[in-house]
Design a protein around this ligand. Structure first.
Ligand SMILES: Nc1ncnc2c1ncn2[C@@H]1O[C@H](COP(=O)(O)OP(=O)(O)OP(=O)(O)O)[C@@H](O)[C@H]1O
Length: 258
């Protein structure tokens, strides 16, 4: 078995001022080059988990390592080359063009005060092309629809070229054609050796795409394993607390809930 690229060991976390632990005794490992989905009810701590891996939040207890080294030992830019986040949403105040916005992803690769050069622009344009947004490169980013913005946030992360991409509900605003496109982008990243960890409320996408699935329950119990073993009707009924059945059709899983 390959070494984990991301490892969390016995994590406990609560927000300052928060009454209760959001995460407790959480341990998990992500293998290099895997595509992994995190599923669980609203508010269970999925985004919090991504922010802990990025080092944006610090656990009360436990350790987090990336590539065999505790994340506290990495500098900011080094961390930016290793891990990148596609957030659920982002408030944009300046009227950047799409290209300028996506070029921000190059920050970890530039020296301080160095401006992005022609090669950085090529990488940014290629990233916009991968998500079908290159023809809009000069458009103001503040003029985008919710789904278009989600595609641009993915393009910025591609421009960053991290070894581990963390995506927070990356397809929640996308139509089915764009969902399929992003699924294919994630598959091609995997072929390039990139590790992908994403949160989703769509078990079908997890079943189609993932090497491994993490189910987070309100009781802080975590299950991790191959999609076939983890995404069962019983398991989904248990974590969402409603009746769920899974029907197979043409090799794909359809989730039925009542
Ligand atoms: N900055 C904060 N301060 C205090 N509590 C917070 C903060 N951010 C999130 N929380 C709380 O922590 C818990 C976990 O939130 P988190 O955003 O990680 O959940 P999630 O599983 O990603 O939810 P969703 O599926 O709705 O996006 C929630 O109860 C939330 O209210």
């Amino acid at each position: 078995m390959t070494d984990p690229i991301v490892k969390l060991d016995q994590i406990r976390f609560h927000y300052s001022g928060g009454e209760r632990d959001v995460l407790r005794q959480l341990s998990l490992e992500i293998r290099k080059g895997d595509i992994v989905a995190i599923l669980g009810p609203n508010g269970v701590g999925k985004t919090t988990l991504l922010h802990l891996i990025l080092g944006w939040l610090k656990p009360e207890e436990g350790s987090i390592s990336v590539n065999g080294k505790p994340i506290s030992e990495y500098g900011r830019k080094e961390m930016g080359k290793m891990t990148g986040l596609v957030p659920q949403d982002e408030h944009i105040t300046f009227d950047y063009s799409l290209l300028e916005y996506v070029l921000h992803g190059r920050y970890p690769h530039l020296k301080s005060l160095e401006a992005p050069g022609p090669e950085d622009r090529i990488i940014a344009l290629e990233s916009l092309k991968r998500v079908g947004m290159d023809t809009l490169a000069e458009r103001p980013v503040t003029h985008l629809s919710g789904g278009e913005k989600q595609l641009v946030l993915i393009a910025r992360s591609l421009t960053q070229e991290p070894s581990v991409v963390l995506l927070d509900e990356p397809m929640s605003n996308l139509d089915i054609a764009n969902k399929r496109m992003i699924i294919n982008v994630l598959r091609s990243l995997k072929k390039e050796g990139v590790t992908i960890l994403f949160t989703t409320h769509e078990p079908e996408i997890a079943a189609t795409l993932c090497d491994s699935v993490i189910l987070m329950g309100r009781d802080k119990h975590i299950e991790q394993g191959p999609a076939d073993a983890i995404l069962t009707g019983d398991a989904l009924s248990r974590i969402y607390e409603i009746p769920v059945d899974i029907v197979s059709h043409d090799g794909r899983k359809i989730i039925m809930w009542y």
